[in-house]
Design a protein around this ligand. Structure first.
Ligand code: DLL
Length: 472
């Protein structure tokens, strides 16, 4: 795929005016809302505003040390590097990173549970695991220093979102083997929030405590935040009962339109927190009040963007797979871990004052891409169109099937309560209108079925948006 068609695809997925602007060197702004003025705007000014020369030197020093460490302590990496004919002495600066091997999720699975750990088990103070949809879980281990660094990067993220000691933070990410709950928790305590570690689920109780305790920040997946907003009235609450000001949403792809929808529904500022258990958990990156991409904590997590097919580095602003090297991790340091998340990078300093590289909001993963009758489709393209139209709820589900050897795609989308009194003709017109809008946006016929409110399964964690019956 060439750069031009990548740009087109990026734009079709709702990455507004970003790609071209990025190439021209402008900031990848989603909107031009004025920034908030939180009390402490930058948690670690020295690092977050470091000039590129000093950052390069810091990253280089850390990479050299890291490569020596993994070569000497992780047989998997020693073998990989030997196979490639690379020695630690070949790595002099961060620019040499391209000489190093990639790491994939399967490498973690193949080394289950602890074979990629670079320290003895006595030095591991915490283990997390991600279940994944297939096969064995992937396990990650943290030393005391890793936990301290994790706390630091999450504190930077929360400060970026204008969160501080005056806030009461309801953490509705799951606590347990999932990194969401505990990961956000320590950073929230570090910035001085009053933390409510409620974990996921039990919607009624979430709303009751949010109202009784006066939570000012909600941290959960965007799909669960949407569900909680929709559940307000049926549980006898309105926005007036809540003091919520900020959302820290992540752990799943969501579009810019969904971010705006959540801001509107809750009357809050919604921020995007990104991360993955293999690299640390939540806190790898976060957007500031300009919402112009997510600031990556590049002193700990060095990002690259590579072509999904050739795995070669792509130019700034071109979308590809996001790859991270953990520059400081002790427990399970990873070289060039391919996340499969699709993004772009922007090295221009941000209007907020931070100089850290920004990654574009993630709207999909390379392995989420559906191929329907030869057309590449990401679920986020559908979300973008639906929310742009704003004529249904934001709860949807895609069903892919094969009839007479042809792929079919059905979109089930929930109506809002007030549409239940519409005539059948009104509803038929609405589904035709959505079909038409989808056809012009993605070039595919999608059968649109409008369903009653609250009939699509809700998730308390990561939403499942696609059922692909072709795989059965
Ligand atoms: O989801 C860590 C996390 C917890 C991040 C809470 C943010 C908040 P995993 O379960 O390992 O870790 O899943 C990682 O989730 O590769 C992305 O595909 C997706 N993901 C995470 N954050 C975002 C985000 C946690 N902000 C995988 N936007 C990643 C889009 C996200 N996708």
């Amino acid at each position: 795929m060439n750069d031009e068609s990548r740009l087109k695809r990026q734009e079709a997925r709702g990455v507004k005016k970003s790609a071209k602007a990025l190439i021209k060197g402008q900031s990848a702004g989603y909107n031009n809302r004025p920034a908030q003025t939180p009390k402490k705007t930058i948690w670690n000014k020295k690092i977050e505003c470091m000039n590129s020369k000093d950052m390069h030197a810091l990253q280089s020093e850390r990479l050299v040390e890291l490569v020596n460490r993994v070569y000497n302590h992780v047989p998997f990496y020693r073998k990989r590097m030997n196979e490639m004919g690379v020695k630690p002495s070949d790595i002099h600066s961060i620019d040499d990173i391209v000489k190093l091997p990639f790491t994939y999720k399967n490498d973690l699975r193949d080394n289950y549970p602890f074979n990629l750990f670079a320290v003895p088990m006595q030095d591991i103070v915490r283990v997390h695991a991600s279940s994944g949809t297939t096969g064995k879980p992937t396990t990650v281990g943290y030393t005391k220093a890793d936990i301290e660094n994790w706390k630091e990067v999450v504190a930077r993220c929360l400060t970026m979102a204008g969160i501080g000691k005056e806030d009461i933070m309801q953490i509705s990410y799951g606590y347990g083997l999932f990194t969401g709950g505990l990961g956000v928790h320590y950073g929230a305590e570090a910035v001085g929030c009053s933390v409510i570690p409620i974990s996921g689920g039990n919607t009624r109780r979430q709303l009751q405590l949010m109202s009784d305790f006066g939570s000012t920040v909600l941290a959960c997946t965007p799909s669960y935040a949407l569900h909680l907003a929709d559940a307000l009235s049926e549980n006898g609450y309105s926005l007036k009962d809540m003091k919520l000001k900020t959302g820290v949403f992540g752990a799943e792809p969501w579009t810019e339109n969904m971010r705006l929808e959540l801001e509107k529904k809750w009357g809050i500022k919604a921020h995007d927190i990104y991360g993955l258990s293999e690299i640390m958990g939540p806190g790898v990156a976060n957007d500031c009040s300009y919402h112009a991409g997510l600031h990556v904590h590049e002193d700990h997590f060095y990002p690259e963007i590579v072509d999904p097919t050739t795995k070669k580095a792509l130019p700034e602003g071109i979308e590809g797979e996001l790859v991270f090297t953990t520059l400081t991790k002790e427990g399970i340091p990873l070289l060039r871990y391919n996340t499969r998340d699709l993004s772009t990078l922007n090295h221009k300093p941000c209007l907020c004052g931070r100089t850290s590289v920004r990654m574009q909001k993630i709207t999909g993963r390379s392995d989420d891409m559906l191929i329907i009758r030869g057309v590449n489709l990401f679920p986020s393209q559908i979300e973008h169109v639906l929310l742009e139209m704003g004529e249904t709820s934001a709860h949807y589900m895609l069903f892919v099937d094969r009839e007479n050897n042809l792929d079919t795609l059905e979109l089930k989308v929930e109506l809002v309560e007030s549409q239940l009194t519409d005539t059948i003709r009104d509803l038929q017109n609405l589904s035709r209108k959505i079909e038409h809008a989808l056809n012009s946006a993605i070039g595919l016929h999608v059968k649109v079925t409008l369903v009653e409110p609250k009939t699509i399964a809700r998730s308390e964690g990561k939403a499942i948006r696609v059922v692909d019956n072709r795989k059965k």
